[in-house]
Structures are given as C-alpha cells and as structure tokens.
Write a protein that binds this ligand. Sequence first.
Ligand code: SF4
Ligand code: SF4
Length: 201
Amino acid sequence: MWIVRGLKKGVITGRYPEEVREEELPPYVPAEAPRKCPFGAVRKGRLDLSACLYCGLCNVGFERRTEMSRIENPLTFRRSLHVFFLDVGTCHLCNREVSLLTGPHYDIHRLGIFFVPTPKHADVLLVAGCPTEEMVPVLREAYELMPEPKRVVVMGSCAQGAICRSRVEDHVPVDGYIDGCPPSPISVMDGLLKVAGRSER
Ligand code: SF4
Ligand code: SF4
C-alpha cells in the first residue's frame, strides 16, 4: 500500500536552488531599524540582522529578506561537501531546522552535501548556539581535528552574539554566517552551497 500512496503523492522534494517555493523562503525581517530593540539588534542606529531574533516586537513593518547567508572565504568543492554539525548551546530550534535538511522535502544529499559523525571527516564545521563554558573546549577540539582545507560556518543569531555574550568567532576562526533565529533550512542550504563555492546567488 505504501508504494501506491507514494506514487499518488508524486515527488515532494523541492527544487532549490533552481526553484524556490514561496513557503520555503526564510522569514520576514524588519524593513528598517527600529528606535529601540529589547535584544540589542540596533547598534549605532543601524539594524544588525545577525543579532535580530525576528520576534516582531519592534513592529516597524517587515519585508522579505534577500540575503540568507554571508560567506567570506569559500572553498571550491564542485562535487561533495562533508559537514559536521555542532551544538554549542542552542535552544534546539536550530537543530530541528538542520534535521529537516536530510528529509524528503529538502533532501540535501541530492546536492552532494552530507553530514558526517566526526569532525575528522568534515570540510565544514557548522556551529549553532551560544558557546557555553563546557562546550568551548569541545568547539576548539572539533576545529583542531578537522583536516585542511576547513571552514567554519555559524548559524543563528545567538551564535553571533545575540542574547548571549559569547560568540563562536571568539573561540575559533569563522568563515561564514547564516542569519536567522532559527535560520530556515533554505538559508542553511544557501550557506552550505556558498561555502562549497557552488552558489551564484
Ligand atoms: S524583530 Fe525583535 S529582535 Fe529584531 S529588531 Fe525588532 S524587536 Fe529587535
Ligand atoms: S539562533 Fe535562535 S533558534 Fe537558533 S539556537 Fe539560537 S536562540 Fe535558538
């Protein structure tokens, strides 16, 4: 029966990056810097999206965001990319978004991107969460264990200093950022394709 049900449903995998459905896009962001932000996302009068939690409390009007990730130092891996995901102190929402990537809808394996169980096999360290005292040594060790060439990408506002004092970049060199709280799976795919050197977006 499950074969019949599957055939009736058809292909449910999205076609990103060739095609993005409206409902897959990341959330709306404040259209302008509010006068005050309770979470410190307004810095020197400007809105810092890396610190924005997209909570909507500022109520300044919202627009669809265009930039999903910023990668400063990409690799040139045309075929496959191996990623080790490390939670250094999340609320678990970032983890849930990442876990969706290997499901049938996003199916990140079709893009040649694979999660690996050890940093020893990873090209990219994908880090989420506020680095806690207990996890900082783990973060450093994971970075040291990775073979060259290696890149570190942080995902989520709290890993970039929103809410908490400690940032991932205070402990290991960081090559890219994926914004959001949590970032949408599409944003994470965007960041991983960019760090592999495979995105023109
Ligand atoms: S959406 Fe929330 S975190 Fe972002 S600027 Fe507005 S109040 Fe601050
Ligand atoms: S970025 Fe937001 S969703 Fe992700 S772990 Fe931090 S607080 Fe949670």
